[in-house]
Every structure is written in structure tokens, then in C-alpha cells.
Design a protein around this ligand. Structure first.
Ligand SMILES: Nc1ncnc2c1ncn2[C@@H]1O[C@H](COP(=O)(O)OP(=O)(O)OP(=O)(O)O)[C@@H](O)[C@H]1O
Ligand SMILES: [Mg+2]
Length: 287
């Protein structure tokens, strides 16, 4: 008797049959997708199966990978009509989260900066398909302002001033990965390569904002300050912006998260000391 398959396995099996794949194992299962290691007619491949239509980023993520020069991300082999199944080159190696975990923070950050800069140098044909980050962030802050006007903290107001300043001083926008962090960079024998992009359009310094903070929570705020400063310096080294600009973007990304539940007792929120630390690091950046 055949064992019962769950619907996910059935989809993977149907796609495998259609595309001539041999599925070896499921390598990751996330909220949005399942990822399988396969052998395909093109060679070793990763099959990413999204759980919902539209989850692959309405096409921007896939176009982004297609426009990248070789060796920056995986080659895209096949996509189904609904864009819920993507077959891409298998990248050999581990994510650079491993380096961070083994205390090679500097090494991880350099690989991340190399990857971001290679993306920055790429030529994206259809700029207009990539969503702009700034309007979304402005809407987010406007919602927070409307929801918590009376009790809104000093930090949230400060973060809004940073956003205004960044908007006013953004002179050029470019296409960025949009979710660049250590878990989305695989260190292959040929060097670092990115996976899992969003494909967004914004100020180049924005790209680094997420990774200079992560992972937080397990590190005392003083060490967090030193680590963040050092990381921002590495990221800015080959760019024409100041490290403090990256930290300002980190403030803007981090503040809504810190005050995600403005009706609750935000004073005791665990993330708040880290936001305060970021704000201290950007002192003087608004003048
Ligand atoms: N092309 C690839 N080559 C090798 N391994 C891959 C590849 N794509 C994904 N993986 C593996 O699968 C894991 C998860 O992949 P990915 O980052 O695309 O999804 P996610 O971030 O978990 O999901 P989501 O799309 O919901 O953000 C990676 O950490 C990596 O181990
Ligand atoms: Mg990922």
C-alpha cells in the first residue's frame, strides 16, 4: 500500500514529473515556501515552492534574479505560469550566518558588503517594476502616528525625523535586494552569492540597514553599539555614503518594530534599549 502524501508533496511530485526532476530532500520549510534539493536536466537545483500565489513577490524577485550578473545569485532555470514554483541553480555552501555564529563578524560583513555592491553595480532593465521603499515607510509611520499620537514616544518621533531627513537627502535610488541579511547569502567555493531577494528601489544605504543590527537580543546594548558601528563602517567603505546614513536607515526600519503594539506597555519592550542605542549612534546626523 502507498503511504498517503500531503498536498505539498503532491505539488512537488507533480512539478518534478513535469520538469524532469529527481527530488532528494526538503532543505527548508518556511511560512511562505518549501525548498527542495533536486537533480534537474540543468544540473543540481533548488526547487522553491511558494504556498500562495503572489508570494514570490509579484514577479519583482524573479526579474531581479534574472537581471543579476552571473555569480551574484543563482541562475533561474524554470518558473511555472502561476509563479508558485521556481527552479534555480543549487548553490553549494552554507549561509554566512555560520560565520557570525563562529564570531567572524567582520568576515561575514565583508561578504555581505561585496554582495550588496555587486548588486549595486548590476544593470536592471525595468526599474519601474521594483517597488519604492520610501512611500511604504512613510505610510507605515503615518499609521503609527495616527494610532498612538498621545502616547507616542520620544524615540518614535526621533525616528520619524530621521526618515524625513533621509527622504530629503536621497539623491539617487537604485534597485536593491531588499532583504539582505546573513541568512540570505550562501558562501560558495567561488565566493558569496545571494538568495531570496525582494527586489525594491531605494537609497543604496538602505540595503545594509537590516544586517547591521541582526541578530539582536542576545547582546548587551553596549556591545550592540560597538558591533553596529563597526559593521556600518565596513558596509560604507566602498560606497559614497557615510556609515551614519546606514544607521539612520536602521533606526527607521527598527522603530516601527519596537513600537509594534503601541497600546501595550511599550516602556518595557525588550527592543527599546537597542533602538535607543541606534539613536545615540546617529546623534548629530540630523544637523
Ligand atoms: N539556490 C539555493 N541553493 C542552495 N540552497 C538554497 C537555495 N535557495 C534556498 N536554499 C536553502 O533554503 C533555505 C531557505 O531559502 P530562502 O532564503 O529562499 O527561503 P526563506 O527565507 O526561508 O523563505 P521566504 O521566501 O519565506 O523568505 C536557505 O537558507 C538555504 O539553506
Ligand atoms: Mg531567506
Amino acid at each position: 500500500m502507498r503511504l498517503k502524501e500531503n498536498p505539498d508533496q503532491m505539488t512537488a511530485r507533480a512539478i518534478a514529473a513535469r520538469w524532469g526532476l529527481e527530488i532528494h530532500c526538503k532543505v527548508a520549510e518556511t511560512k511562505r515556501a518549501d525548498i527542495y534539493k533536486t537533480t534537474s536536466p540543468q544540473g543540481s537545483a533548488a526547487l522553491k515552492l511558494y504556498k500562495k500565489i503572489g508570494a514570490s513577490g509579484e514577479g519583482a524577485a524573479i526579474q531581479f534574479m534574472r537581471d543579476l550578473p552571473p555569480n551574484v545569485g543563482p541562475r533561474i532555470y524554470r518558473i511555472n505560469f502561476l509563479r508558485t514554483a521556481v527552479l534555480m541553480e543549487w548553490l553549494e555552501g552554507h549561509t554566512i550566518e555560520n560565520l557570525v555564529a563562529s564570531n567572524d563578524d567582520c568576515g561575514a560583513m565583508k561578504h555581505l558588503a561585496t554582495t550588496a555592491n555587486a548588486i549595486g553595480a548590476a544593470n536592471f532593465k525595468y526599474q519601474f517594476i521594483y517597488k519604492r521603499v520610501i512611500p511604504k515607510l512613510q505610510r507605515k509611520f503615518a499609521t503609527y502616528l495616527a494610532r498612538s499620537n498621545e502616547t507616542m514616544s520620544v524615540e518614535l518621533k526621533q525616528a520619524m525625523r530621521h526618515l524625513d531627513h533621509l527622504v530629503k537627502t536621497t539623491t539617487k535610488e537604485r534597485v536593491v535586494h531588499g532583504d539582505l541579511h546573513f541568512g540570505n547569502i550562501i558562501l560558495t567555493p567561488e565566493g558569496p552569492r545571494m538568495i531570496d531577494p525582494k527586489g525594491l528601489r531605494c537609497d543604496p544605504a538602505f540595503e545594509f540597514a537590516k544586517s547591521i543590527c541582526r541578530p539582536f537580543g542576545e547582546i548587551p546594548p553596549d556591545d550592540f553599539a560597538a558591533r553596529t558601528k563597526k559593521r556600518a563602517e565596513i558596509c560604507a567603505a566602498d560606497n559614497d555614503f557615510d556609515p551614519s546614513r546606514i544607521i539612520q536607515w536602521a533606526v527607521v526600519r527598527f522603530a516601527p518594530r519596537t513600537f509594534h503594539q503601541p497600546d501595550k506597555n511599550t516602556n518595557s519592550h525588550a527592543l527599546r534599549p537597542y533602538l535607543k542605542t541606534l539613536l545615540d549612534l546617529t546623534e548629530g546626523a540630523l544637523s
